[in-house]
Design a protein around this ligand. Structure first.
Ligand SMILES: Nc1ncnc2c1ncn2[C@@H]1O[C@H](COP(=O)(O)OP(=O)(O)OP(=O)(O)O)[C@@H](O)[C@H]1O
Length: 266
């Protein structure tokens, strides 16, 4: 459903701080896949999402979505079928609006300028039901301003908002990284529940090796702007942290990602 073909991207071309990131990046994601992405700092994971979502323009190459060439489609148009949740809990929601108003905004895809009282009773009921499904008691806080919620509650809400109108593709950009381990596990379980229930094709960047192994049916590893590991099916199911480290060792990239591995096994 998503194809990146021969993508090239250089930042700050010709300047002292030039970064040649991708020279020929090729990635294909099939309908229904749940892909986890791991990789060292600066390996090009977030830029991959920025290029898919249209936030950053590739220098060369094509992006096909369900066979349609979206290479030149603007970000706000792509956001109609691509949902994204960021690492920063402050990014996905509007703090000065209530939970109800935030949900109304997501439900109306940004076209909501009203106040809580402008939300129809049947919509309020629908939002309450969606919130109750997360078992975080947020359905009883619908008139509370989002700025007053914890990071975990905000990420749960961001996730719900990004998937309320089921997107064709969901991009999760280290969406649990800023949370404590317990809350991070909770948000991951919630992610699994929503992705399964709505059968959403999902790509999740994570620095948590345990999450990358336990979730999804395919794992990609980025290194220096390239995909250096692509594991799926039975091989992915049998994957363990030890096996992944062995794979890394054989690729001679362990030094670069050693810190990350140590961190992610905690
Ligand atoms: N807008 C930008 N302008 C200049 N350089 C950029 C920009 N975006 C990314 N880069 C550079 O491209 C490289 C890849 O960055 P990217 O954020 O994609 O890596 P990442 O794998 O997501 O890293 P991390 O794990 O640290 O989040 C880095 O060297 C980064 O500094």
């Amino acid at each position: 459903m998503l194809e990146l073909k021969h993508i090239a991207k250089t930042f700050n071309k010709g300047l002292a701080n030039e970064v040649v990131l991708y020279t020929d990046l090729n990635v294909e994601i099939k309908q229904g896949e749940f892909v986890t992405i791991i990789g060292s700092n600066g390996s090009g994971k977030s830029t991959f999402f920025n290029i898919v979502s249209g936030n950053i323009r590739q220098d060369k190459g094509k992006i096909l979505f369900k066979g349609m060439d979206i290479s030149n489609l603007r970000e706000h148009k792509r956001s109609k079928f691509i949902g994204r949740v960021f690492q920063d809990p402050l990014k996905g929601t509007a703090p000065s609006l209530t939970i109800l108003e935030n949900m109304a905004m997501a439900y109306n895809k940004g076209k909501f300028y009203g106040l809580s009282r402008g939300v129809k009773p049947e919509q309020r009921e629908l939002f309450s039901k969606e919130l109750a499904g997360m078992h975080l008691n947020l359905e009883n806080k619908m008139d509370v301003k989002v700025g007053a919620l914890s990071g975990g509650q905000r990420q749960a809400l961001s996730l719900l908002m990004a998937t309320m109108i089921t997107p064709d593709l969901l991009l999760l950009d280290e969406h649990t990284a800023a949370l404590d381990p317990k809350t991070s596990d909770l948000i991951i379980d919630l992610t699994e529940q929503i992705v399964k229930e709505k059968a959403i094709t999902t790509i999740m960047i994570t620095h948590n090796l345990k999450h990358a192994i336990q979730h999804g049916n395919r794992l990609l590893m980025f290194h220096e702007g390239k995909v250096i590991l692509d594991i799926s099916g039975e091989e992915k199911k049998k994957l363990t942290t030890e096996k992944l480290i062995e794979q890394f060792n054989s690729l001679n990239v362990i030094d670069d990602i050693g810190d990350k591995l140590a961190f992610s096994q905690m």
